[in-house]
Every structure is written in C-alpha cells, then in structure tokens.
Write a protein that binds this ligand. Structure first.
Ligand code: NAI
Length: 263
C-alpha cells in the first residue's frame, strides 16, 4: 500500500471481528504495528485470528490481548501492551454491542451492559491512551505525526432509532464525548474524531440482527442513496484517513460512512 502509518502503533478494540478487524488489517497494510484488543481471539465471522492474518499478509507486527473494554484495568493493560512496539500513537475505540430492544421492557442490567461497553469502554479506552500520549508529548518533534484517538459511533448516534433506544443513547454519547475530548486534548496535540457507519455487513448485522441477505436488507438498501449496505473495508479506509497525516487539521469531527443514509 502507501505506508501512510509507517512507524506508528495502533491499539484497536473489538479488532477480532468486523469493522475492528478490517481497521487493524488496513492499518498493518499501511505500516502500523497493531494491538488487537478483544474479548475473543477468533473472528465472529470465521477465519483466522486478526493478528495471525496480519502476520501472514504484512510486514507489520501484531499481537492479541484479552480485553473487556467495560473494565478500565483491561484497557490500561491493552495500551500497556503497545509499549513493546514503542507506545500507542493511534487508539481506536471500536468495540461495541448491539441489541434490538423494546423500550418498555428494557431492564437495568441490559441498559448497564450496553452502556458499559459502548460508552464507558470508549471513555476509558481514550483515557488510557491519552495518558500515555500526553506523557510522551515532550519527546515529539513539531513535524512528528500527532497522536490520534478514533471513537466508533454510528448513524444511530446521529439519528435516534426507536428499536435501538439504548444503543442510540450510547452512540450519541460517543459523538459528544468526541467533540468534548478534542477540545480537552487539543493543547496536547492529540486529534480526536468519531466514525459513524451506517449498515455494514458484519456479524452484528448478519447474526445479532439477521438483516444481511434478507428482504429487510433489500427494503432498507432502497432507502440508502448508495443503494446497499457498506463493507467493513469502507469503514477501515475512513479510519486510515483519520489516523494519517492526511487528516492533520481534522479534529472534533464526525465522519459519516453510511452511503448517504442520514443525509
Ligand atoms: P462485530 O460484532 O462484528 O464485532 C465486534 C467485536 O467487538 C467482536 O470481535 C467482539 O468480540 C468485540 N467485543 C464485543 N464486546 C466487547 C468487549 N466488551 N470488549 C472488547 N471487545 C468486545 O461488530 P461490528 O459491526 O464490527 O461493530 C464494531 C463497531 O462498529 C461497534 O462499535 C458498532 O456499534 C459499530 N457499528 C457497526 C455497524 C454495523 O452495521 N455493523 C453500524 C454502525 C456502527
């Protein structure tokens, strides 16, 4: 590829599967070493573990670390793992869960789990990385690439959905957290942005909600200007852009990758 991320180290949560796996793979293709942080090693969609795929396909280093993002100590440990590769330069808070819900029947336990992974996991992932990035700020020359935090939101973080009340709440929180954090970390030279995918063909849309390959997918695709669901690689390309110096003046931004669905 083009070595857009040569010499950089990325930690990607939820990178065993789906969007996170595609991001980890693209980052490695662009020259970054990658820490794959997940609660499982095997991809939900099948195939070899992400770090093995990276080792066999690229010259980058990759390692897997068991990490439940709802536990800040696990996130600290995942970021610590990156020290062996020179320290985290790019933190992608991607891990997330999705649960169709009936608002009137939702339980506190279901609410807490979803918010713990989708919102708290992003907050403490960013914090663990930012602590290291700030501590290393003095070692950086002016023309070195800036550290980057990327948070995975969703089209549902822009347009609330009645079937996904808690999910929408968690993804809206990620959006505003991203704006606030870009302000909080701007002086430290850390860029913070969010990605908002629309429907993407991953285990989430094929297994958690059986959309892909169904009549519902066709019906929903007809309402999307691009006329189809997205692929994880299309989300990954957005994540490469935001991590690279091509986005050197982009911070506190929402990059929507949804085929025009929310426009
Ligand atoms: P996926 O289900 O294919 O992959 C999610 C990965 O996160 C899995 O490897 C899973 O093991 C991991 N994970 C789940 N809980 C975790 C935890 N507590 N700690 C660490 N890892 C954990 O899902 P997909 O589609 O790749 O989703 C990735 C992100 O993209 C999520 O934040 C999701 O909300 C977001 N997204 C996905 C869309 C889609 O249509 N697929 C649309 C909009 C946003």
């Amino acid at each position: 590829m083009t070595d857009l991320l040569a010499g950089r180290t990325a930690v990607v949560t939820g990178a065993a599967s789906g969007n996170g796996r595609a991001i980890a793979r693209r980052y490695a293709e662009e020259g970054a070493d990658v820490v794959v942080a997940d609660v499982r090693e095997d991809p939900r969609e099948g195939g070899e573990p992400t770090h093995e795929l990276i080792a066999s396909e690229t010259d980058a280093s990759a390692t897997y670390v068991d990490c439940d993002v709802s536990d800040p100590a696990d996130l600290e440990a995942a970021v610590e793992t990156a020290e062996a590769f020179g320290g985290v330069d790019v933190m992608v808070n991607n891990a997330g869960i999705y649960r169709p819900e009936n608002f009137l029947e939702s339980t506190e336990a279901e609410f807490d789990r979803l918010m713990d992974v989708n919102a708290k996991g992003v907050y403490f992932g960013a914090q663990a990385a930012a602590k290291r990035m700030v501590a290393r700020a003095e070692e950086r020359d002016d023309d070195d690439p800036h550290p980057v935090v990327i948070n995975m939101s969703s089209a549902a973080g822009i347009r609330g959905e009645g079937r996904l009340v808690t999910y929408s709440m968690s993804k809206g929180a990620v959006r505003l957290f991203t704006y606030a954090l870009a302000d909080a970390l701007g002086d430290a030279g850390i860029r913070v942005n969010a990605i908002h995918p629309g429907f993407v063909e991953t285990a989430m849309t094929t297994r958690d909600v059986e959309l892909v390959g169904t009549e519902s997918e066709q019906r929903m695709s007809a309402t999307i200007p691009s006329g189809r669901f997205g692929q994880p690689e299309e989300v990954a390309d957005a994540a490469v852009y935001l991590a690279s110096d091509m986005a050197s003046y982009v911070t506190g931004e929402s990059l929507v990758v949804d085929g025009g669905m929310t426009s």
